[in-house]
Design a binder for this molecule. Sequence first.
Ligand code: S3P
Length: 169
Amino acid sequence: MTAGARPVVVLVGPPGAGKSTVAALLGEALGLEVRDTDSDVEAATGTAIADLFVTYGEDRFRALEAEAVATALAEHRGVLALGGGAVMRPATQEALRGHTVVFLDVGLAEAASRVGLSSSRPLLLGNVRSQMKGLLDSRRPTYEAVATHVVSTDGRTPSEVAEAVLILL
Ligand code: S3P
């Protein structure tokens, strides 16, 4: 670990905000390594996130995620994307202080469509979309609180979002 190392930018936001795609574009543009806490947890456990939830439950996943976030914030010098729920942990909110944190904001329609919840199948997917709305609404104040910058992703391509983030750095 390099003394004083820290991410150049940390991306936060809900599933469907485009964090991983935008992180990859930023890494390319800046010539920096990209890290993603979901991938870190999967690498550390050898288990896919979806399976971790089923096998060990969400609490265990959140504990592993918090560890992955703390480690990445301490040692990664590059672009860091956090899993969508990571910021809900108070210790993570505290750990983000002093970092450049960009909230990739997204409305329900685009977030739902990006994660494959087509609005043309309301009977099949309506409940999941409602859950997603609840999640976006309940987390929004926290994303806003931890962010040093907010970038809207609605109606923008990942490249346009990455450009908007680069201007801030
Ligand atoms: C989660 C978001 C996921 C992943 C896990 C839980 C959440 O990451 O960490 O499935 O609670 O919002 P992405 O935001 O990268 O999809």
